[in-house]
Design a protein around this ligand. Structure first.
Ligand SMILES: [Zn+2]
Ligand SMILES: [Zn+2]
Length: 234
């Protein structure tokens, strides 16, 4: 009886739990997050704007905003909408810096790449993820290194750098977002990317201000930029 009780206590204390829903991980292949949570993360295959990747209610070409004021990059595409399990997973990887999640995160970019992009690129370039706090683990750089290996595209990890401390973009108005990132990025070697095809990697696309600032620098060098993110706000 006591042994039974002890084993139950031991199981509940020492069994690893899903970091998203807190359920006990029962299957051998479940690591960090459970299979049920994983199954809820699915690629969005609904019609999107061919330029900015925004969800369209009917299958069409471009959204109203891109018709009037097209973004500087050639196209942006997201794996999913920033909500539920994928949002929690992104936050988990970003803030708890769980290295073991890198492979899973990378698998979503890879699926997205083959389903919706699948073309040749000269370089993968990660968006510098420093948002004012010094990070030991640059989550976008690390996942980009995996993508470079898996997709067979060269990575240029340190060409695009952040040279100004900025406030976190989340919670700022559109105007403040733009001002916040003024002069924040720099290309250390513009010649390297001149007239090249660039796959720019970021995690979340909210208003697109960050990737637009980065793409603007690259466009000056006549680079052709396609942006890949895990999730967009709508
Ligand atoms: Zn779970
Ligand atoms: Zn659009």
């Amino acid at each position: 009886m006591i042994a039974d009780l002890l084993s139950i206590v031991k199981i509940s204390i020492f069994q690893p739990r899903c970091k998203l829903c807190d359920n006990i991980l029962v299957s051998r292949d479940e690591k960090i997050i459970c299979n049920e949570c994983k199954s809820k993360i699915r690629i969005n295959l609904e019609p999107v704007c061919k330029k900015c990747g925004k969800l369209l209610h009917i299958d069409g070409n471009l959204c109203g905003e891109c018709l009037i004021n097209p973004p500087i990059f050639r196209k942006h595409i997201s794996y999913s909408i920033y909500e539920g399990e994928i949002r929690d997973l992104i936050l988990l990887y970003k803030y708890l810096e769980i290295e073991k999640l890198k492979k899973l995160i990378a698998s979503y970019y890879i699926e997205l790449f083959y389903k919706k992009v699948d073309e040749e690129f000269d370089f993968i370039i990660p968006v510098p993820s420093d948002d004012g706090r010094k990070r030991e683990y640059d989550h976008i750089l690390e996942v980009s290194k995996t993508l470079s290996k898996e997709l067979g595209i060269k990575i240029s990890p340190y060409n695009l750098t952040k040279i100004k401390r900025t406030l976190p973009q989340a919670g700022l108005s559109m105007r403040k977002r733009l001002n916040n990132l003024n002069g924040a990025f720099k290309l250390n070697d513009p010649v390297e990317i001149s007239k090249k095809k660039i796959l720019l990697i970021d995690d979340v696309y909210t208003t697109g201000t960050t990737v637009k600032k980065c793409a603007k620098l690259m466009k000056r060098e006549k680079a052709d930029v396609v942006v890949l993110t895990l999730a967009r706000s709508t």
